[in-house]
Design a protein around this ligand. Structure first.
Ligand code: PMP
Length: 296
């Protein structure tokens, strides 16, 4: 996104209980979160000043912290209140919010039993940039070199910093080849998700999406399934093999950032956004209007 670097912006960041000047929201270079990836976070959006699915995001943040053995020093209610408050304080309407929790620098080594659990919340303006007609052109994906790990090897349901290492590697590689994003397989070779979004396909009017058994069951994914069911569209959650890509007609990604965005290419396979994708894009847009969020 264009604009000043993320450490050079104006405004305030909520940091361990206080609002600090944006440029002063720093941590020490010997932070456990930086060295050993003991960090969990959320990506949340506000539309017209209303935060979409705030409670679900906060619950996931607490669940992620718990999976990394980090005891949250604030309550869910406090975290919710801070996120509402920061929007008002910063005068933000359409915004992205980034709550983050990490272990500090009291001990340096693998064990971090007495390290402080730090919490910060930043928020910045995030308008809906892309017109529907541009989004309908679709994203171009290529299969990632790295796979989503076996649930026995990492707490894969946490939104934890450590799980993004392979996402950045995969995305960089395909971006160099001219693609927008990477589609990741799981450790068994089934289709999993994109690097920061879940994936859906259509076949004969039915939605197919991978079972989220080793990756995030995204909040947007859950919303999209609900919206599809409301329209009477059947949704099948199952293991999907990459060899099946040629059988599908439409493909789209879901996520807080991408919302519902069509995919036009995965490797050598082409997809055309059709009625189902367009319907769910519209339904999602309606779901995130400030009025709809307030009525939730
Ligand atoms: N998978 C990954 C790896 C993600 O980073 C995200 C974005 N949080 C998602 C899926 C989609 O999750 P959500 O719809 O809750 O934003």
């Amino acid at each position: 996104m264009a604009g000043p670097a993320f450490d050079q912006r104006e405004g305030h960041i909520w940091y361990n209980g206080d609002y600090v000047d944006w440029k002063d929201a720093k941590m020490h270079v010997l932070s456990h979160g930086l060295h050993y990836a003991s960090s969990v976070f959320e990506g949340v959006r506000a539309y017209g000043g209303e935060i979409f699915k705030l409670e679900q995001h906060t619950n996931r943040l607490f669940a992620s912290a718990d999976m990394l053995g980090m005891e949250m020093p604030y309550s869910r209610e406090e975290l919710n209140r801070i996120q509402i408050e920061i929007l008002e304080k910063e005068g933000l309407q359409d915004a992205y919010l980034r709550p983050i929790v990490w272990r500090g620098s009291e001990m340096m080594g693998i064990s971090a039993q007495s390290n402080r659990i730090n919490v910060a919340v930043a928020a910045w303006e995030w308008p809906s940039y892309f017109k529907p007609e541009d989004r309908l052109k679709g994203l171009r994906l290529a299969t990632a070199e790295w796979r989503r790990p076996d649930p026995r090897t990492i707490p894969c349901r946490a939104k934890a910093a450590g799980l993004y290492m392979i996402c950045t590697l995969s995305k960089h590689k395909v971006e160099r080849q001219g693609f927008n994003d990477a589609m990741m397989l799981d450790f068994e070779g089934y289709i999993a998700e994109a690097t920061g979004a879940n994936i859906f396909f259509t076949k004969n009017g039915v939605l197919h999406t991978p079972t989220p058994d080793c990756f995030l069951d995204g909040i947007t994914r859950q919303t999209t399934i609900e919206l599809a069911k409301r329209r009477g569209i059947e949704v099948i959650e199952r293991k999907i093999r990459p060899e099946e890509l040629g059988d599908f007609e439409e493909c789209f990604l879901t996520g807080t950032a991408v919302e519902v965005t069509p995919v036009s290419v995965i490797d050598n396979y082409g997809f055309t956004p059709g009625d189902i994708t367009k319907q769910l894009m519209d339904d999602y847009t309606n779901e995130v209007t400030p009025k709809a969020i307030a009525a939730e």
